[in-house]
Design a protein around this ligand. Sequence first.
Ligand code: GLN
Length: 539
Amino acid sequence: METRYIFVTGGVVSSLGKGIISSSVARLLLSRGFNVTIQKFDPYINIDPGTLNPYEHGECYVTYDGHEADLDLGHYERFTNIKTTRANNITTGRVYQSVIDKERRGDYLGKTVQIIPHITDEIKRDVKLLGSTGKYDFVITEIGGTVGDIESLPFLEAMRQIRWELGNKCCCVHLTYVPYIKAAKELKTKPTQHSVRQLQQLGIQPDVLVLRTEQDIPAPMRRKVAQFCNVSPDAVIQSIDAPSIYEVPLLMHEQRLDNIILVKTDTPFSGEPDLSKWNHFLEKMQHATDVVNIGLVGKYVELQDAYKSIDESLFQAATHNDHKVKITYINSERLNDGNVEKMLSPHDGIIVAPGFGQRGTEGKFIALKWCREHDVPTFGICLGMQSMVIEFARNVLGLADANSVELNPTTEHNVIDLMEEQKSVTNMGGTMRLGAFACHLKDGTKVARAYGVLDIEERHRHRFEFNDDYRAQFEAAGMMCVGENPQTHLVEVIEMPEKRWYIGTQYHPEYSSTVLNPHPLFMDFIRASIAYQKEKETV
Ligand code: GLN
């Protein structure tokens, strides 16, 4: 089938959940048997979000091919169960970089290089790149930002041209916001009308409108929107706040969003999507009553999106284990020996989060000492794993100043050290150890049992690593190196076998947990936490 292109744009305000709508459309099309991919175009000038701190842009996601990407790619993978790559996330910075490189090579043969046509042509090429592989029936392209932003103009112009060229092999889904004015007790569609008008001024007529709302939008009001915006009435869909993002595909299907898109893109189809596995997950989610309490120790606790993939992985694993999960964020900067017991003891399991820099790390060590001594199920991820190593070195091996070179460059006991390959790195962007690497697990360990296999691949994002010079000392005292890279022998997993569940991974398992394939380590951690809760209840 000739590839169809679906564009998803947003209007009125940001944070409407374009990523969730794009992912939901993808889920529905996949469940109808089509091959689908989703890509995101971000209008900022950074080459990728790798250098952005979480306050700016939430979590940085990592694709298996080592691209630091927008966190929406995490949603794409969680909904579709399909791995994304660097081709699935393009920024203005990357577009310009490529055009400027071509200009320097002389590829433009003496022409003046301009936004139109050179930047827009580059964007068009990027939009069609995944489609040109012949692997996909549908390429869904989410345009970041809000219609009306100066910086998204070249993307919208490229999109206009593609629509013109592809005719009905292409459609535009525009997401807007319908606010409810409490004092007047009224929903307001004017902002939607304005934002559609803005799109029309750019030469784009949306085919489908998805109206984000906190209240049910009555049918007459939707018909009014249809009439004012030149959209057919059945193509005005409401997206009302749902208890879980994973219900959105069903809410969209109830309003026939998938059928409308298939008709608009002239795609032959029959029957209904097979959502049986998805519904099975939702049923478990709706029926779960028991709660497992997880404490997440990190420094970005006040940020909703900083630990997005960890939150979702915990939620998926808890749901598959017929539990609700209550995640409590514990600010590592506020932890001290006096309050650690009070802060951590209500939880059935503790996660120590990834991170960069010294701030908040001493609190992570305090948390880990308490967890280790009280034998609470504990999961350290990346900096969390490194913190497990440092805490153990200080308090068990008696190396009082043990540290990571990242946190104290002059430490004598550098149990976590800069990787050899990182020593020559001067540029910060895209130069960490990134993406999926092989890892061999030691047979008979908890980690190997959790995975059920010995050879795995997991995604990384770090510059520092366990210092192998200390391996024997750690293992003699009970902290075992149970997973390593088969080529470089870098230590990727540590575990304390005599504890209930005390495991640290240098890699990020949270990047590869999906609704239909929850990650085995998160599954095992949640099971251990539930078991620990039961044990606590019986004493
Ligand atoms: N800052 C640590 C490193 O670079 C850990 C990184 C992380 O937690 N993602 O090795």
